[in-house]
Design a protein around this ligand. Structure first.
Ligand code: G16
Length: 552
């Protein structure tokens, strides 16, 4: 498609097959568009067109598109775009995506497409290349077909990666675009990804003892086939026992299993009871394998959560230690990025040792903040995260001439970590290997890891409200500016609780408002969360749907 007329004609030929539902407003939220899968056909079709335009705008670079709703229930689905270096879509284009998705008719859609082309000065003569994948959701295939129509309508070249994890798709985008350059990221295939991760892992644990069988809860999602393949590449270096691998069982995805269930309910997936032995480590992936939560049972069979904050503390301390051992502490600054959901005890622990930044929820915010450090460690409490090595850190590692064998060893470890850790996005499988490396080096079981600091008791609650868009936040989502007066009421309440902290924010992936609370004592954390949820309900005007429905 080299002219606007050609493109408009192409769109007209397909768009009416995927009309926009009239009563819905779509929003490119925390992680793209997300809602019931059956409502998303028009959105994914239009995302096909948008991805083609984004690619043309970037001189034909390959854009990624992932069809997934990650941690959401099985009936939901979603779609998000991935920019050429494997990072999240540029913020300005999220806005374009929302406008395109909401054009009410084919004519209106063509008009906004034409406006976008003019506004962003897209040269339609450029090629368009898109690589795409989906998770295991039942609506995935239909949505892929609608998305492919979007590519056809705009004359883009698509590469269908079928069922892949979100982090693998991000990895592929970066590999494809960096091929043949000095920054070549790796082989652009899933096996290439597996080889890269497992190869680095084996080097990092050579001569160390890993702690026996690791149980991996795959959330009955796309992580299951990926973990199975990874286990083959890892061989004896890390034995894995995969559970919750039923990707074809209706209703199983993320249901009473997976990272979101474990983190939110703070308990063992029922499917693991009788499977996980006291002292043994286990971890849960989410529905598209970009989140990871560890846990274990103590000798009294008490459940202990090792969430994204605990991963952050473990990993950041290890990297700081390696940087010091390599003699690079004056050159490389390691920093940590968290969100308001970070447990207060973790922030205290980390801030006493390292620079810590707090940003709003969403990988894109954490990723950008982490890029400001030479080595940026970012994890959300929900288990989303990775470690970014800046170009200056990579250069410092390359240039360093070690003067002792110990320095050489630390330097090798840091270089291998760059290969082990997915530099494009949070990646449950890569993070799982990273945690296992650190545990092996420190000779830690879950118990010693857990003992780094003690979590403040906390509670996360969802409240269904009539219109979550009336909730507006500031200060990295730690305070509400609307509805007017609600924050004052929350402050008054929080003051009554020893060590109390609470905040309210609208979810960007589910149609709910989230309430987080922590306090020194467990009953107080629970009570504070419930009371704040009650305030949220009151401020929505007493609509029956606003009554707090779900207190997990
Ligand atoms: C997505 C984002 C995460 C975010 C989570 C919850 O995760 O990638 O950064 O923490 O949603 O966001 P919210 O509280 O706005 O609903 P996932 O795993 O669902 O892709």
């Amino acid at each position: 498609m080299t002219t606007i007329e050609d493109l408009s004609e192409g769109i007209r030929a397909y768009a009416d097959l995927h009309p926009k539902p009239s009563n819905i407003q779509f929003q490119y939220g925390t992680a793209g568009f997300r809602t019931l899968g059956v409502l998303l056909e028009s959105v994914v079709f239009r995302v096909g067109v948008l991805a083609a335009l984004r690619s043309k705008k970037l001189d034909g670079k390959t854009i990624g598109v992932m069809i997934t709703a990650s941690h959401n229930p099985e009936q939901d689905n979603g779609v998000k775009l991935v920019d050429p270096r494997g990072e999240m879509l540029e913020a300005a284009w999220e806005n374009h995506a929302t406008i395109l998705a909401n054009a009410p008719t084919t004519d209106a859609f063509i008009e906004v497409v034409e406006n976008l082309i003019k506004l962003t000065k897209i040269d339609l003569a450029k090629p368009a290349n898109v690589v795409y994948a989906r998770d295991t959701r039942p609506t995935g295939l239909t949505l892929v077909a609608a998305f492919q129509d979007g590519l056809k309508a705009s004359g883009a070249t698509g590469r269908n990666e079928d069922i892949k994890t979100t982090p693998v798709l991000h990895y592929l985008v970066r590999c494809i675009n960096s091929k043949g350059t000095a920054e070549a990221y790796g082989e652009d295939s899933e096996d290439g990804y597996m080889r890269k991760l497992s190869g680095a892992f084996k080097k990092l644990v050579a001569g160390k003892k890993t702690h026996g069988l690791l149980i991996v809860d795959c959330a009955n999602g796309v992580g299951a086939p990926a973990a199975k393949r990874l286990a083959q590449f890892l061989g004896d270096s890390l034995p894995l026992q995969l559970v919750n691998t039923s990707i074809n069982t209706e209703g199983a995805l993320n249901n009473a299993c997976g990272a979101d269930f474990v983190k939110t309910s703070q308990r063992l997936p029922p499917s693991l009871s009788g499977v996980l032995r006291a002292g043994q480590r286990a971890c849960s992936l989410d529905g598209d394998a970009d989140r990871l939560i560890f846990f274990y049972l103590d000798e009294r069979n008490q459940f202990h959560l090792l969430d994204g904050d605990k991963i952050s503390a473990l990993v950041a301390a290890f990297i700081v230690e390696q940087v010091r051992l390599a003699g690079l502490e004056d050159t490389i600054e390691v920093g940590v990025v968290q969100t308001a959901y970070a447990n207060g005890a973790s922030t205290k622990y980390l801030a006493e040792r390292l620079p810590v930044t707090c940003v709003p929820t969403g990988v894109k915010h954490l990723h950008h903040a982490a890029e400001h450090y030479s080595i940026g460690v970012y994890f959300e409490a929900n288990g989303h995260g990775t470690v970014l090595f800046s170009p200056s850190a990579v250069a410092a590692l390359e240039q360093r001439r070690p003067s002792t064998p110990a320095q050489q060893t630390a330097l090798n470890h840091l270089k291998n970590l760059i290969d082990l850790i997915n530099q494009t996005v949070g990646d449950a499988l890569s993070d799982m290997l990273l945690v296992e490396v650190v545990l092996a080096h420190k000779s830690f079981s879950g118990i010693e890891w857990d003992a780094l600091y003690t979590d403040l008791p906390n509670r996360l609650v969802k409240v269904v409200v009539k219109d979550r868009s009336v909730f507006k936040t500031e200060d990295a989502e730690r305070r509400l500016v609307a509805p007017a007066g609600l924050q004052k009421k929350i402050d008054e309440l929080v003051r009554k609780y020893d060590g109390g902290r609470a905040f309210v924010r609208p979810s960007g992936t589910e149609d709910v408002v989230r309430v987080y609370a922590e306090a020194i004592l467990r009953p107080q954390a629970d009570e504070l969360a419930f009371k704040v949820a009650g305030l949220v309900y009151d401020f929505t005007g007493g609509d029956p749907v606003a009554r707090p429905r779900e207190f997990l």
